[in-house]
Design a protein around this ligand. Structure first.
Ligand code: ADP
Ligand code: MG
Length: 458
C-alpha cells in the first residue's frame, strides 16, 4: 500500500527525546563535558520564576514610560479580522469591550480582484495584473515586523532593526513613506493604507474564530508578542480617553538587555558577538528560529574542538556560520529510529561529515533537544508573564501564534503549555488554549487596510 506522503509533510512531527543518562559515553571527559552542557541549558522552575518576575517588571516599566527595554508600543486604528472565501470577504470589526472580552461585528463584501492579491503578494504585483485592475489604487496593508512608533494607522517611524536586518538610513524614518515612494516612482498604483505589526495582525486574525483571544505571538525568524491591555494600566498613554482597551505590541525580543536574569551561556555570547546587532535582542536570540541552529552549531564546535565527538573531525560546511539550520533540529528531534538514521542523513549527506558513530549522533540529538527545549520554555515564560499580568488565565483565554518555529518544531506547543502550567498552575492549563494563526500577520494587515480605506482614516 502506498504511504500517504503528503500527510507526512502536513502532520507535525512528534518528538522523541533522549535521556543523557541513557547515552554510552566514550570516556569520562565526554560525559563530564556533556553533562555540564546539560546543566547550562536546563532551566529550573525557580529560574523560570525569576525570569518571569523580571519580565513583568519590564512590562510595567514599558507601560509607564517610552524608551524602556520592553517598548510596549500602543497600537493604532480600527481592529479587524477577516475570512477569505472564494468571492466574498467577510470583514469583522473587532471591538475591544471593557470587560476583557472581544466582541465582533461582521460585514460581508464582494471584493474586487485587486484585494484578493493580499498584502504579501501585493508587494510583488506585476504590471500585467495592475493593468487589469485599471483606475483606482489597490489598498494595501503592510505588515512590518519591526519595532515602529506608530503615529497613525499608516504612519510611524522605525525604532530599531532586529532579526539580522541592518539596512542603513532607515532608523527614525517612516517605512510606509519609503514603500509608498518606491511604488510611486515605479507608477505602481498601490496605496499603503495600514501599517500593522505582525503580532497585532496575528492577535486580530486569531480573534476572528476565537473571540476569547487575548494574546498574539510570533515564533518565526524572530519572536515577539501583543496583548490586550486596559488603558488605565498604561500610564504613558496620552491619547483619547474614551478607549478602555488597547493592543500593546510588546517588542519582548529585547527583554533583559541589562543581562540581569537570562542564563546566557558562552554559546549564546558567541552568537551575540558575531551578530549584526550585538548586545541587542538577547531574549529573541535564545528563542527564535533564526538563531537556534546557530547556537547548536556553537555547542557542537566546542565538542569537536575538544575532540569529544566526530573524532575531532569537522565538516567544512559546519565551519561556516548559519549552516546548521533550525529546520534540521526539527527533523533530529523527531528522529525515533534506534540508529538515529535521520540524524545520520543530516550530518553525513547534508552537512558532509565523514561517517558518524551512534554516540556522535546521540550527543548531537541531545544538544538539539537542550537548545530547542530551552527556547520553548523561555517562550512559555513570556506567555505566563503576560497571562499573570492581565489575570486572563483565570478565565477561558486563547493565544494565537504564527511562525514556522511554532508550526514545525516538534512539541513546541506542548512545551509552551507545560511551562505555563509549571508557572501558573492547573487552572491555567485548563483555561488557556494556544493555536496556529496561519498567516495571521498578513491577514490582519489586509483587514486593517480595508477598514482604513472605508473609514477614510488617513
Ligand atoms: P517570518 O519570521 O519571516 O515571518 P517564518 O515564520 O516562516 O518567517 O519563520 C522563519 C524561521 O523559521 C526561520 O528562522 C527558520 O529557521 C525557521 N524554520 C523554518 N522551517 C522550520 C522547521 N521545519 N523547524 C523549525 N524551524 C523552522
Ligand atoms: Mg511572519
Amino acid at each position: 500500500m502506498a504511504t500517504p506522503i503528503a500527510a507526512k509533510h502536513v502532520e507535525k512531527l512528534a518528538r522523541h527525546r533522549i535521556d543523557p543518562n541513557d547515552i554510552t559515553y566514550t570516556c569520562d571527559t565526554q560525559k563530564e563535558v556533556v553533562l555540564d552542557i546539560v546543566r547550562q541549558f536546563t532551566l529550573s522552575t525557580e529560574k523560570l520564576h525569576e525570569i518571569k518576575a523580571n519580565f513583568q517588571e519590564g512590562m510595567r516599566k514599558g507601560l509607564a514610560k517610552d524608551g524602556e527595554t520592553l517598548a510596549m508600543i500602543t497600537s493604532f486604528g480600527s481592529f479587524l479580522a477577516l475570512d477569505v472565501g472564494g468571492t466574498n470577504l467577510r470583514v469583522v470589526n473587532v471591538l475591544l469591550g471593557g470587560s476583557g472580552q472581544i466582541s465582533t461585528r461582521q460585514a460581508k463584501y464582494k471584493i474586487d480582484e485587486a484585494l484578493k492579491v493580499g498584502p504579501a503578494k501585493a508587494l510583488f504585483v506585476d504590471e500585467h495584473q495592475i493593468r487589469v485592475h485599471g483606475g483606482s489604487a489597490i489598498q494595501m496593508g503592510f505588515t512590518f515586523s519591526f519595532p515602529v512608533l506608530q503615529t497613525s494607522i499608516n504612519r510611524g517611524t522605525l525604532i530599531t532593526w532586529t532579526k539580522g536586518f541592518n539596512a542603513s538610513g532607515m532608523v527614525g524614518k517612516d517605512p510606509v513613506i519609503m514603500l509608498q515612494d518606491a511604488f510611486n516612482r515605479r507608477h505602481v498604483p498601490v496605496q499603503v493604507a495600514a501599517l500593522v505589526n505582525d503580532t497585532v495582525g496575528t492577535l486580530l486574525a486569531y480573534a476572528y474564530n476565537n473571540p476569547e483571544t487575548a494574546i498574539g505571538v510570533i515564533f518565526g525568524t524572530g519572536t515577539n508578542g501583543a496583548y490586550i491591555e486596559q488603558v488605565d494600566r498604561i500610564p504613558k498613554w496620552r491619547g483619547p480617553s474614551q478607549e478602555r482597551e488597547m493592543i500593546i505590541n510588546m517588542e519582548f525580543g529585547a527583554f533583559d538587555k541589562e543581562r540581569a536574569v537570562l542564563p546566557l551561556t558562552m554559546f549564546d555570547n558567541k552568537l551575540d558577538r558575531k551578530s549584526v546587532n550585538p548586545s541587542k535582542q538577547l531574549f529573541e536570540k535564545m528563542i527564535a528560529g533564526m538563531y537556534l541552529g546557530e547556537i547548536t552549531r556553537n555547542v557542537l564546535l566546542h565538542l569537536i574542538d575538544r575532540r569529544l565527538v566526530f573524532n575531532g573531525n569537522i565538516s567544512s560546511d559546519l565551519n561556516q556560520m548559519w549552516t546548521f539550520e533550525t529546520a534540521y533540529m526539527s527533523a533530529i528531534e523527531a528522529d525515533s529510529t534506534p540508529t538515529l538514521h535521520h540524524t545520520k542523513k543530516i550530518l553525513e549527506a547534508t552537512l558532509n561529515f565523514p561517517p558518524t558513530s551512534l554516540n556522535d549522533r546521540q550527543i548531537v540529538k541531545l544538544v538539539v533537544e537542550l537548545v530547542g527545549r530551552r527556547a520553548a520554555r523561555l517562550g512559555g515564560v513570556a506567555l505566563a508573564a503576560i497571562l499573570d499580568h492581565t489575570g486572563d488565565y483565570t478565565q477561558k483565554t486563547a493565544i494565537g501564534i504564527d511562525g514556522s518555529l511554532y508550526e514545525f518544531y516538534p512539541s513546541f506547543d506542548t512545551d509552551l503549555l507545560d511551562c505555563i502550567e509549571e508557572m501558573l498552575g492547573a487552572e491555567a492549563r485548563q483555561n488557556v488554549s494556544i493555536g496556529l494563526a496561519q498567516d495571521g500577520s498578513g491577514v490582519g494587515a489586509a483587514l486593517c487596510a480595508l477598514l482604513a480605506s472605508r473609514n477614510g482614516d488617513h
